[in-house]
Design a protein around this ligand. Sequence first.
Ligand code: NDP
Length: 322
Amino acid sequence: MADENKSNHTEEVEHVKCLIIGSGPAGYTAAIYAARADMSPVMYQGLQPGGQLTITNDVENYPGYPDGINGPEMMIDFQKQAERFGTDVRFGMVTKVDFTGPVHKVWVDDKKEITADSVIISTGASAKWLGLESEQRLNGFGVSACAVCDGFFYKGQDVAIVGAGDTAAEEATYLSKLCNKVFMLVRRDEFRASNIMQQRVLEAPNIEVMYNTEAKEVLGDKAVEGVRVFNNQSGEEQTLDITGFFVAIGHKPNTDIFKGWLDMDEVGYLKVQAGTSKTKIPGVFASGDAADKVYRQAVTAAGTGCMAALDAERYLTEIGKH
Ligand code: NDP
């Protein structure tokens, strides 16, 4: 009986040559290269198939699309291209890894165990929150980290957005086209966003930029009814009457499951050997935003995804598995 259980358990473990974790531009590009190199890649898409680009609107800076392209459509194209060459794309979230041995162990949805000769990490990054209790309580009830996903619900209404980077500028501009008024809460006396994005914000007649201003509490019981803000120079407080509260203050890399196995910086960005996608564990490669705190662009993610597949192919050849 014990032997039977043991053999059943062994049968459940699937072995793959190249496992790709995550499905943004990095993961799909790695998949295209790995599939075309006959590495039979298996991809687990994670909680947000397609990654961050599925919650963005027009992508105007990805080469090859002279008129721009909508983010979700672009990711469908990436997926189709990866599948055309045989990538096995699956729903599922990698919840645990064990990189002790030469064969890497990975668990999907806390259940399915996979062993892999090579692993390409392309888990990307997720939106950051302010950390206010009221922000979490009203999340999904007027609080959002994605203007493109949720802006439509606030058509003709007054909203606020926190942040001063390119994302906040892009989302504020997007909201200004739908909403009656957009309050933009900037914690310093200047933007971080690039000049062109900043200019679009400043030219929008219905965006009011409030410098040196921070949110103290999102007001409302079951839905957002306002936000209490304060000026961090004068200490002066005021309430803005709004029905939508958007947070656009950056992202955190999705690398928690690799803690203790791979080197990362204090924020969680994975460290790779300069000029490569190699982590400190042979056969484990990192690509995309999970390992890039500087550029964080779709095109750079795609580039490092390509590097990861090429590095993985060389590794598999070296260890005689390809
Ligand atoms: P960034 O890290 O560039 O900016 C985050 C912004 O949020 C900063 O202005 C920061 O303020 C502010 N912030 C952070 N924490 C808080 C807080 N607790 N309270 C209030 N404000 C806070 O992130 P983005 O997401 O904007 O951009 C990430 C990368 O993606 C960048 O490289 C950007 O250029 C790129 N990008 C490019 C786009 C494009 O070209 N189309 C579109 C979107 C993003 P502070 O400035 O004071 O630190």
